[in-house]
Design a binder for this molecule. Structure first.
Ligand code: NAD
Length: 530
């Protein structure tokens, strides 16, 4: 049996040993999840929320220990653990527990009294069943728990597959959920690496929710296609920050440094391309270098950047840095790697030929690029294969929003950075190669369910007009009917010219008035749900 040793990237201390699940274990987990979901999904959304509403109290009662485990496992500093991993989870849990019942409630939809006389229509939401939740190492608590909460509230059972670099956090998460009054096996934790993740998909969950790199996302989607089961992919990013010359340069420089270097740049929404309008480029670069020079790398209370979580990322940063230098980039300070710590660096004179402009960096390197006008910067920002988050900075909000709306991204912020993705009511996700699907917000919750459409007829006819037998008369009657509904001219002229053809419907002329009145009421704009 494979065993994983969790080692802190801060000091190399062993944080625990974890035995990987075997293929047989995974099959047993799947069977248990299938039986757990029956009990869990039978509860109402309100009941599920009531059970999960105790989660926040549990988190708050053990906050320092939680932050310490997160910090020691990932290498991020304690404040980063608190703000980036815990706060958004508490916010989302509170929002969902308050609003999920309404979001997931059945919706009456408008029913045409002509096409569906005497009928009512509704959409109900059903949980998929068993969710395979596969998550990365950079925000292992926040990403896993936010997606887990959505999946659970919607009525699913979940098998968690955290990154092999986040195992102590997996333990913390299951310990927390084990203290809630959930049916046994509603939340199970599969310990393992990519191989186990692949085996989990082969075990045929009902949906795969994957967050990770683009390349793994492609493999995950291929595997899911073999079943097939739906996938949600939350992949990488190469986020642009666009600074117009009329921006508040002091605030914007502080924001750029935070956006690029929080969690040592290991965020899918890190600022990785900083576009600055030509007239303020030099002044802004000077400010940026000065703010960056004041950052502290280290694990003490004043540390801004912790250490890199995994050694392969350190290598990637080094490769991109060397490539940029060899191709002529200038840097604020030379790269300095001390153990797992890397100093933050601003790069300029960068070109499209450099790796740093082509690939996700996921480390503390920030390239800055000048631009001439709106059209140019939109074109430059949209060149990236990714489309996750972006920010635009200007005192002219109309202009900033005009630029933002033309960016090919799933999310944007004006005059703020990264924080937008933590808004509990805003769905988060990407476009292009940043993936598809959303979590957070009402949309994120709905995506943990599938819609079931229902039509209830109260018609008393022995036969509906569209049923057999067909005849020439029925063809002509329907042709006339379509002309009445969608043809040219006023409704009355359309009705008049088609009266002879509509005689084919005379046996249905007395339709259910009461029901049609209901339908009409539902179609009034202020009653309309969809
Ligand atoms: P990764 O793709 O290496 O691994 C992600 C998860 O997938 C891990 O749990 C891993 O064990 C598992 N896995 C690996 N191979 C698998 C396979 N063949 N089948 C099933 N599962 C498999 O990603 P990572 O290095 O852990 O995370 C960094 C990446 O995640 C970056 O690209 C980052 O941008 C992205 N990310 C995206 C978001 C987002 O919301 N869009 C958020 C955080 C991180």
């Amino acid at each position: 049996m494979t065993a994983f040793k969790a080692i802190s990237p801060i000091d190399g201390q062993t944080l625990g040993e974890f035995s990987a699940a075997s293929l047989e274990d995974i099959q047993i987990m799947m069977a248990k999840a299938r039986s757990a979901v029956k009990a869990w999904s039978a509860l109402s959304v309100k009941q599920r929320c009531q059970i999960l509403s105790k989660f926040n109290t549990l988190v708050l009662s053990d906050l320092d220990n939680l932050c310490t485990t997160i910090s020691r496992t990932t290498g991020k500093v304690m404040t980063e653990a608190l703000l980036g991993e815990i706060y958004p989870v508490l916010d989302l849990a509170a929002y969902y527990c308050r609003h999920a019942d309404k979001i997931l409630s059945p919706q009456s939809v408008v029913t045409s009294p002509f096409s569906f006389p005497g009928a009512e229509a509704q959409i109900i939401r059903k949980p998929f069943g068993v969710v395979a939740l596969i998550t990365p190492w950079n925000y292992p608590f926040q990403i896993t728990v936010c997606q887990l909460l959505g999946a659970l509230i919607a009525g699913n059972a979940v098998i968690l597959k955290l990154s092999e670099f986040s195992l102590p956090i997996g333990k913390v998460i299951v310990d927390l959920f084990n203290q809630l009054d959930l049916p046994a096996d509603t939340v199970q934790w599969l310990i393992g690496d990519g191989k186990s993740g692949a085996q989990l998909i082969d075990a045929a969950p009902d949906i795969v929710v994957f967050t990770g790199s683009l390349n793994t996302g492609r493999v995950v989607m291929q595997k899911a296609a073999q079943q097939p089961v739906p996938v949600i992919l939350e992949l990488g990013g190469k986020d642009a920050m666009i600074v117009c010359a009329d921006a508040d340069l002091e605030r914007t420089a502080n924001a750029a440094v935070y956006g690029a270097f929080c969690n040592s740049g290991q965020a899918c929404v890190s600022v990785e391309q900083l576009y600055v309008e030509q007239p303020c480029f030099n002044a802004f670069l000077k400010k940026l270098c000065a703010v960056t020079a004041n950052l502290k790398v280290g694990q003490n209370a004043e540390g801004d950047l912790g250490v890199m979580t995994v050694s392969s990322q350190i290598e990637k940063v080094k490769v991109q840095y060397d490539d940029a230098i060899n191709k002529g980039a200038k840097v604020s300070v030379p790269l300095n790697i001390q153990g797992s710590a890397i100093n933050p660096i601003i790069l300029w004179d960068v070109t499209d030929e450099m790796l740093i402009m082509q690939e996700e960096t996921f480390g503390p390197l920030l390239p800055i690029i000048p631009f001439i006008n709106e059209d140019e910067v939109i074109r430059l920002a949209n060149q990236s294969e990714f489309g996750l988050n972006a920010s635009v900075w200007s005192r002219d909000i109309k202009k900033a929003e005009r630029i933002a709306r033309q960016l090919q991204v799933g999310n944007w912020a004006i005059n703020d950075v990264i924080k937008n993705i933590g808004h509990p009511r805003l769905p988060f996700g990407g476009c292009k190669h940043s993936g598809f699907g959303r979590y957070r917000g009402a949309e994120g919750l709905l995506q943990m369910t599938y819609p079931v459409s229902g039509l209830t007829s109260s018609s008393h006819f022995q036969r509906e007009p569209n049923w057999f037998p067909y005849s020439e008369d029925s063809y002509l009657a329907f042709k006339g009917y379509l002309d009445v509904l969608y043809g040219k001219g006023s409704f009355f002229s359309r009705a008049r010219r088609n009266l002879p053809a509509l005689q084919g419907f005379r046996e249905y002329s007395s339709f259910n008035l009461k029901q049609s009145w209901q339908n009409l009421k539902l179609s009034l704009p202020w009653k309309r749900e969809y």
